[in-house]
Design a protein around this ligand. Structure first.
Ligand SMILES: *Cc1c(COP(=O)(O)O)cnc(C)c1O
Length: 829
């Protein structure tokens, strides 16, 4: 481009895109007509939504271009955040809030005769994740931008996100969620960022002009990765984080070979097959493992991202590889993107001819890893056979990395026993590659996501590593994007908070501690309680609309919403319901605070027991909700298709947060933090971040029950016998028997046999029976405390006031300081 022409473009770019009501209205109309091809008479609310989103996107792109130019000029260090999931939810509302143009947009669309709230409801959730891990990644994007940290996030543009859940006759049914079928106005395709991704084939060795050997990988298949950018703005800053999602595209329209043989359909099939890579998000928690397509997805993500990062690096630094650690760091959000490690080595060694030792040095300086779970089935490993057939060069590199690593350990005199445990290769048949060990070997830092979780990593799961490399292990407790989960989800409460303590808390959640002095202010508490009542009325209306159940908005809203999994112990909650139902029948005059118990959550399609728990919740709920002796005081509701948007409606309306996982199983939990911020009290076990919540609020402001990790270990060591628990506790026996003998499943009396078998015959691995009695007794305490509304309200205020450390702003700034060594870069206006 000629200098002159280029200058002209730059001048035009600099025209201030500041948004005013009138300019926004006219931008919406322009987008409607020229981007969407609409005319006045055939315009729907969803078209206005899209036109508004496109107008907001203009602003985001303009900010992004500005800041990118400054990053390049100042050669900033950048983090590449690699995650296989992003559970974004919707973007219009939070984007408007973060850009500070919510009110302007409200007026602009009202000028056109529309209601912003209705437009917001038009947006489908981007549900490119399963649960907590994906949601954390999404919360990070908001905080990265708000803290002005140079970052690029990378993920996969799944055509189908997590399945849509419907309930038929109490059973979960899964339906494909084609969220892109009505276009995504937030994304912008980048046809200039396309990279080839190789699979399978064979390896050859060649000699270069210096006489050095090098490996050539001749792939059997090449798929293209095409970039789609989504921009996430920070709060009151011009920094935006770019989430670059990769879509798989066939590398050639058709394979000519097939045409020559007249096999036209086969040619199209082949094209479709390669595009399958970004077709669907894998639902996790399926016990079965090792699917080829998933391996390809993981490689696809990292290969595209690393090529992209290196091409950016080379553009700015040339081949000054020694600059790599100064310019970038790759963060592995759990084990899924660990192939980035051998891929980085491959690109440096095979493509750029960097010597092994240097390549390894840069790798160990440029990678960091977060562990998110200690559930054994979630610790990824791949069979050598599969890796060899899909990624032959990577297998070779992994063997080499492992060989050198173990050799060093042997030189240091490390015992064979330990060497066997830390080896990346797991001997046996089939031989497997442990991806988590690879992540540990190469990363400069390994972190857990709550104090307890990090301790378990150090003392149990990664014991051998942590004794070899204690300095690598750190803890960074999770948090949530409080601007989404409080400011945006609960506007009335946010306004009340701001009215009392100012709006500093929006950028700095620690300031929410200023609320504490109002906990004893009667007038404030009355307003606080009224907002909760209004939110509860709204959820009651929504409940009726969604599932046709009428509930008492004045009852205690007792809520367990999260993925359905045995370790999260929804079944324990159900045992309590059965127990309460039996007690209410037996003692009609029992003092019992009326409750509505809410559940929501998806079970992995292949996880039989979790799906049966959903059916059990419905079966028990059905009996309770239709029993006139009980249903005035207890109701059970299962809200289908739990996702971010539904969650945003439930948290603000909750009184009680159920965080009852078996101690030692929930790495952190983040739902617990969302509840706290929205004025709920928590009933919890000593697990994950609950422990830190308890520490913050004090035992007098939270309901803790059950065995601790250590107590469970003692119980196990002394021969835990679940049958004995049932023998000794009549009310527990009655509850289990009612379920087992089919009282709630008269049409199929043995339906829940399998669930009860897990408790009685299979050793009750999650200790439901051991924790039943303390759970019932803490719930009784809660019931009697709920009658004292003022004290209850006071405690909820204290809980919110002491949630200041649970913002991802704090989390991300800790990552920046302790792990990434990353500095803020403030955009120059
Ligand atoms: C916060 C959140 C989760 C995680 O909940 P936990 O209780 O921590 O398991 C899962 N799904 C959605 C939609 C969420 O918003």
């Amino acid at each position: 481009m000629s200098q002159n022409k280029h200058k002209k473009i730059l001048d035009l770019f600099d025209i201030d895109l500041k948004i005013e009501t009138d300019s926004l209205s006219s931008s919406i109309v322009k987008k409607l007509e020229y981007e969407l091809g609409k005319y006045k008479t055939d315009t729907h609310t969803s078209d206005i939504y899209k036109a508004l989103a496109l107008s907001v996107r203009d602003l985001l792109i303009s900010h992004w271009n500005d800041i990118q130019e400054q990053y390049r000029k100042h050669k900033v260090r950048k983090v590449y955040y690699l995650s296989i999931e992003y559970l974004l939810g919707t973007l219009l509302k939070t984007n408007l809030i973060n850009l500070g143009i919510y009110e302007i947009a409200e007026k602009a669309v009202s000028n056109l005769g529309y209601d912003l709230k209705e437009l917001i409801e038009c947006e489908p959730d981007a549900a490119l994740g399963n649960g907590g891990l994906g949601r954390l990644a999404a919360c990070f994007l908001d905080s990265l931008a708000t803290l002005d940290l140079p970052a690029q996030a990378a993920g996969i543009r799944y055509e189908y996100g997590i399945f849509r859940q419907e309930i038929r006759n109490g059973f979960q049914r899964e339906y494909p969620e084609n969220w892109l079928n009505q276009d995504n106005p937030w994304e912008i395709p980048r046809t200039d960022h396309i990279y080839p991704i190789q699979f399978s084939g064979s390896l050859k060795t060649d000699v270069d002009h210096k006489g050095q050997n090098f490996v050539i990988w001749e792939p059997r298949e090449i798929v293209l990765a095409e970039a789609y950018d989504v921009f996430i703005p920070g709060y009151q800053t011009k920094t935006v984080t770019n989430l670059r999602l990769w879509k798989a595209k066939s590398s050639r329209e058709f394979n000519l070979d097939y045409f020559n043989h007249g096999d036209y359909l086969r040619a199209i099939e082949d094209k479709q097959k390669s595009e399958n890579i970004s077709k669907v998000l894998y639902p996790n928690d399926s016990i079965e493992q090792g699917r080829e397509l998933r391996l390809k997805q993981e490689y696809f993500l990292v290969c595209a991202t690393l090529q992209d990062a290196l091409s950016q690096f080379i553009m700015e630094e040339g081949e000054k590889w020694e600059q790599l650690p100064n310019r970038l760091v790759f963060h592995l959000n759990d084990t899924h993107p660990t192939l980035a490690i051998p891929e980085f080595m491959r690109l440096l060694i095979d493509r750029h001819r960097v010597a092994w030792d240097l390549a390894w040095k840069y790798t160990t300086e440029c990678f960091a890893y977060t562990n998110h779970t200690i559930m054994p089935e979630a610790l990824e490993s791949w069979s050598v056979d599969l890796l060899e057939s899909i990624l032959p060069r990577h297998l070779q590199l992994i063997y080499e990395i492992n060989f050198k690593f173990l050799e060093d350990l042997r030189k240091e005199g490390v015992s064979d026993d330990i060497i066997q445990k830390v080896s990346i290769v797991e001997e046996g048949s089939p031989k497997r590659i442990r991806m988590f060990n690879l992540a540990l070997v190469a990363s400069s830092s390994v972190n857990g996501v709550a104090n307890l979780h990090t301790e378990i990593l150090k003392k149990q799961l990664f014991r051998e590593y942590s004794s070899l490399y204690p300095h690598k292990f750190i803890n960074v407790t999770n948090g949530v994007a409080h601007r989404r989960w409080l400011l945006s989800a609960n506007p009335a409460l946010s306004d009340l908070i701001t009215a009392r303590i100012g709006d500093g808390w929006k950028r700095d959640l620690t300031q929410i501690s200023l609320l504490e002095e109002f906990a004893t202010d009667k007038d404030f508490c009355a307003q606080w309680a009224r907002i909760k009542e209004t939110n509860k009325q709204k959820l009651a209306d929504l409940t009726y609309k969604l599932v046709g159940i009428k509930i008492d908005p004045n009852s205690l809203f007792d809520v367990q919403i999260k993925r359905i999994h045995e370790y999260k112990r929804q079944f324990l909650n159900v045992l309590r319901l059965v127990h309460d139902c039996q007690r209410l029948r037996e003692f009609p005059s029992l003092s019992y605070a009326p409750r509505t118990v809410f559940f929501a959550g998806k079970a992995a399609p292949g996880y039989r027991r979790a799906k049966l728990i959903i059916k059990l919740i419905h079966a028990v709920g059905n009996v309770i909700n239709n029993d006139p002796e009980v249903n005035q005081r207890l109701k059970v509701v299962f809200l289908p298709n739990y996702n971010v948007s539904l969650a945003e409606k439930i948290f603000p309306a909750s009184d009680l947060s159920e965080q009852i996982s078996a101690p030692g199983t929930e790495a952190s939990g983040t739902g617990n933090m969302k509840f706290m911020l929205n004025g709920s009290l928590t009933v919890c076990t000593m697990d994950g971040a609950n422990v830190e919540i308890i520490g913050n609020v004090g035992r007098e402001n939270i309901y803790v029950f059950g065995n601790s990790v250590d107590e469970l270990k003692q119980l196990r060591d002394s021969g835990y016998d679940p049958k004995e628990m049932v023998r000794e506790d009549e009310s527990l026996r009655n509850a289990v028997n009612a379920i087992r003998k089919g009282f709630f499943s008269k049409e199929a009396t043995s339906l829940f046999e399998d669930l009860c078998k897990g408790l009685l015959e299979e050793g009750d691995p999650y200790y439901l029976l051991a924790d039943f009695k303390p759970y019932i007794s803490v719930q009784n305490q809660i019931s009697s405390d709920y009658f004292f509304k003022e004290t209850w309200c006071q405690k909820t205020v204290i809980n919110a006031a002491r949630a200041g450390s649970f913002s991802t702003d704090r989390v991300v700034s800790e990552y920046a300081r302790k792990i990434w060594n990353l500095r803020e870069f403030y955009p120059i206006p």
